[in-house]
Design a protein around this ligand. Structure first.
Ligand code: AMP
Length: 584
């Protein structure tokens, strides 16, 4: 939905922003200048961990709090930049003592605990590749991601190990070392994170990685096949640092809260790297979403910049303004949102409730960093994602086989594309050259999202051009879910689609056809749902299971998810000339 409301920013707002004049900056911008925001290492080398941690020590910021953990019981643990430097040195030494060499992959399967931040930055310091897994994944998503990356090291907790890794460990011959953060015992292929850290030296010289060396492996989902491992390099920190400055308006004195979990790309790019590269104090809440708790944290931690997601904003909005009005939230200076479309109503509600609007921005795992944003100095059009980052050229195109033609008409719908390259652009999908190549045409990166651009240059999200589902900000690949469903003895075929949901944006719904000998029943429905939750975890499993005699398929045997969705939503069925079998 679009609205005619525009939230105007006065010259006072603009003057206080890190980027006071978007149009001017967009004209004069160069990535070389953005790189000058960082220190770099001798001989043109660059290491994300140095930029995030050690360089702040030489600027007398060592005693500043880098990470402030709000534990589930509300107690606080502060980690200064000095502490973080020592702890990441220790972890880098642990990795060397395990015999790892530069470029090997270190995985984490952890909630938002201090160890997650130590492991990520310590791995980067040691020149290893860090790959975070979401702690709410079930064993199947964990297995596929560890397999694809041939993980040698995993850091996790006792409970997560028992539930999600132990059952699949024999299928992971390359996984040599599992470090448990809450266990003192060693043996049986398990190591104690604490004892290894205690024995490790506090001295470490950051590995002088090349800017093009791989730093991060982030998994994302497509419509078909297994998850894709997007490769990101150390150079990405140039975009993280710059976007932190201009799209989140981070300033050194900020108390910044990114509510995203580092198991997903936002929680790493903007929940670890961008804020620390900008030298701010970052608030980390270890607990799950809770309206009262969130307002309490905003107040008690004097949060000044807040980066969150539409599902949470909609839940805050649904709870009304009373909970917010009981708190002193006057420290909040800038609020941003990402991950799904942000309804114009939510933007207007936030402007009323907090005296300032949420600033929507857009990006993807593949782009590594924010690409389109409502910047602090810019008028906000509620419902729009904003304008391209200085240094980024965006366009709307129509694709015809290999050719792209640009849609110039204002508000013409087409695929959102971005001119390559930029520092945080993925450098490949691990071991999947063909899938990677398909993302580009004629020097443009094809995002797979449909969008429009208005006559002022603001971009508006329309939808995905594929069947990928976005639920509560998490990308779900239908194929991954369907694969888990058909492992159930009763299921012969499955199709998973995303349906609109007021709070979560979309929810996954599964249609299944049964094997001979099985009849639809409520008990079977529950059993299949339970199976899916156990294998995939609650964040990925479908919320509803529907029985069908047959699923609609093309002549080539592909299930037509689109048709199921159109029927479910009462929309036109579109071209069904390739339909072979039907559910009816
Ligand atoms: P991910 O790679 O998991 O970060 O998901 C990226 C996808 O999330 C994009 O391709 C969009 O479909 C969606 N997305 C991200 N930000 C926005 C936004 N501001 N508005 C609408 N959709 C968004």
């Amino acid at each position: 939905m679009m609205t005619d409301d525009i939230i105007h920013k006065g010259s006072r707002d603009a003057g206080r922003a890190n980027m006071p004049d978007y149009r001017q900056e967009a004209t004069t911008f160069s990535w070389t200048e953005a790189r000058a925001l960082l220190d770099g290492l001798a001989d043109g080398k660059l290491n994300i961990a140095h930029e995030c941690v050690d360089r702040h020590l030489s600027r007398d910021s060592g005693s500043k709090v880098a990470l402030r953990f709000v534990h589930k019981n509300d107690s606080i643990t502060d980690i200064t930049y000095n502490d973080l430097s020592i702890l990441t040195n220790r972890f880098a030494n642990v990795l060397l003592s395990l015999g790892l060499v530069t470029g090997e992959r270190v995985y984490s399967l952890l909630g938002r605990k201090p160890e997650l931040y130590i492991v990520s930055l310590g791995s980067l310091k040691a020149g290893m590749v860090f790959s975070p897994l979401f702690s709410a994944f079930g064993p199947e998503p964990v297995l596929s991601r560890l397999e694809i990356g041939a993980a040698r090291v995993l850091v996790t907790t006792n409970a997560l190990y028992k539930r999600k890794v132990a059952p699949i460990r024999d299928r992971l011959p390359q996984l040599e070392h599992v470090l448990l953060i809450d266990s003192k015992k060693e043996g049986d292929g398990l190591l104690s994170f604490e004892s290894e850290m205690q024995h490790a030296s506090t001295e470490f010289n950051v590995v002088a990685t090349d800017p093009e060396d791989t730093a991060l492996l982030h998994f994302t989902s497509g419509t078909t096949g297994r998850p894709k491992g997007a490769i990101h390099v150390h150079e990405a920190v140039v975009a993280h640092c710059y976007t932190g400055r201009v799209a989140l308006d981070l300033k050194p004195d900020d108390n910044y809260w990114c509510t995203a979990d580092p198991g997903w790309v936002t929680g790493t790019s903007y929940g670890i790297i961008a804020p620390l590269a900008n030298g701010v104090t970052m608030v980390v809440d270890e607990a799950e979403f809770d309206i009262e708790r969130w307002y309490r944290i905003l107040e008690s931690q004097r949060v000044s910049v807040w980066y969150t997601a539409p599902t949470a904003i909609r839940m805050l909005m649904a709870a009304g303004t009373e909970a917010a009005s009981k708190r002193d939230l006057s420290n909040i200076r800038f609020m941003a949102s990402v991950g799904e479309p942000l309804n114009p109503e939510a933007v207007l509600w936030s402007a009323d409730t907090f005296g300032k609007p949420f600033h929507d921005n857009w990006w993807q795992t593949e782009t590594g960093g924010i690409m389109i944003a409502n910047f602090a100095s810019m008028d906000v059009k509620p419902g729009s994602m904003g304008m391209p980052l200085p240094g980024i050229v965006a366009s709307i195109v129509e694709r015809d086989n290999g050719d792209v033609s640009h849609v110039t008409k204002p508000m013409g719908i087409g695929e959102l594309v971005l001119k390559t390259p930029w520092p945080s652009m993925m450098r490949g999908y691990l071991n999947e050259e063909q899938r990677y190549k398909k993302c580009f045409s004629d020097g443009w990166y094809l995002t797979g999202d449909l969008a429009m651009r208005d006559s002022d240059g603001y971009y508006w999200f329309v939808g995905r051009s594929d069947d990928v589902i976005k639920s509560a900000g998490h990308l779900i690949g239908p194929f991954e879910v369907e694969s888990a469903l058909i492992e159930h003895a009763a299921v012969s075929e499955a199709a998973v689609i995303g349906l609109p949901d007021e709070l979560a944006g979309e929810v996954a719904k599964a249609y299944v056809a049964l094997n001979p000998g099985f009849e639809p029943s409520e008990g079977l429905q529950l059993d299949i749902r339970g199976h899916a939750r156990k294998r995939l975890g609650p964040a990925v499993a479908p919320r509803e299971i529907i029985f069908r005699k047959k699923l609609p398929k093309t002549r080539s045997g592909k299930i037509m998810r689109r048709l199921l969705k159109a029927r479910e939503m009462g929309l036109p069925e579109g071209d069904i000339s390739t339909l072979e079998t039907d559910e009816k």
